[in-house]
Design a protein around this ligand. Sequence first.
Ligand SMILES: NC(=O)c1ccc[n+]([C@@H]2O[C@H](COP(=O)([O-])OP(=O)(O)OC[C@H]3O[C@@H](n4cnc5c(N)ncnc54)[C@H](OP(=O)(O)O)[C@@H]3O)[C@@H](O)[C@H]2O)c1
Length: 311
Amino acid sequence: MGSTPEAPLDGKICVVTGATSGIGLATARGLARLGGTVVLAGRDERRCARAAARLRGEIPAARLETVVADLSSQAEVRRMCLEVARRHPRVDVLVQNAGARFVDRRLSADGVEMTFALNHLAVFASTLLLLPRLRAGPAARVVVVSSDAHEGWTLDLDDLQGERGYERMRAYCRSKLANLLFTFALARRLSGSTVTVNALHPGTVATNLGSEAGWLRVRLRNLLKRSLLAPEQGARTSLYLATSPEVAGVSGRYFDDRAEVPSSPASRDEALAEGLWRRSEELTGLRWEDLAAAGTAAPLPRSWRCGAEGR
Ligand SMILES: NC(=O)c1ccc[n+]([C@@H]2O[C@H](COP(=O)([O-])OP(=O)(O)OC[C@H]3O[C@@H](n4cnc5c(N)ncnc54)[C@H](OP(=O)(O)O)[C@@H]3O)[C@@H](O)[C@H]2O)c1
């Protein structure tokens, strides 16, 4: 574990998804304290504004922006990326933190099972869409918030969306495995580039995660489990991976408590990762080959835009 885990971020552009509560809000706070311009991404305008106001109250010099997008929708993912790309010619840090569990099997606006849509496809698509902006700087970092809940699970590539039977914890754990498979597959593709990508387990943290099963249950869990970490503690590894000089150039690794740890054998299965990658390309309509051709500071290709932006 590093003794000097964080470095100043003056002038750096940091995007944090799911920045309205829990680990994401604490991560945004940490990045703002270090002087970065932090783009708080959230699905609800009021909650985004409240989070920004709260951080501004705590850190008067904070440079904060908000962007509103429901990341379970691919159109909204594209809109968020376009908005970030329009505001910033470069992104230095992208923290893929937004995530949720869903009690029942529900479909997104695109007809995709919600856990898979939000926890995996949004991460896949937004990282790829922002890659030109990430490549535009001298050294960018992508940080993916996974979980030790991935351990002991594998993916059924023929049933990624729980059509043959849905159970919320299974869907969630598999989505966190998908985070790791994506992280390692992307790191292989980015090898030798200026962009690194790493994943982490934040610990077991007292947040709103699980609120889908009822707020009372979450409050009770947070009250009873004294061993739960506070969100600030839960954000430490995200901040470490986003900022520490100790992990400059490090890519394709998995961390817990600011130290590299082994992930499950399934998460290191390259054939599984490539199968997931192909399915993700099909479901999002994004292709790595197009990205590779897009160059560094290129604007987002027209084919990735949606609605009025794509015309
Ligand atoms: N808490 C833990 O013990 C734990 C352990 C391992 C991994 N994790 C991971 O940590 C990450 C952060 O979770 P958390 O524990 O901090 O939970 P949280 O407090 O519920 O935060 C989740 C964040 O994601 C946002 N979000 C949810 N659905 C969204 C959507 N459709 N579009 C855009 N944003 C959406 C939430 O926005 P709203 O404020 O609008 O709801 C919130 O900002 C997740 O990826 C989770 O899997 C958590």
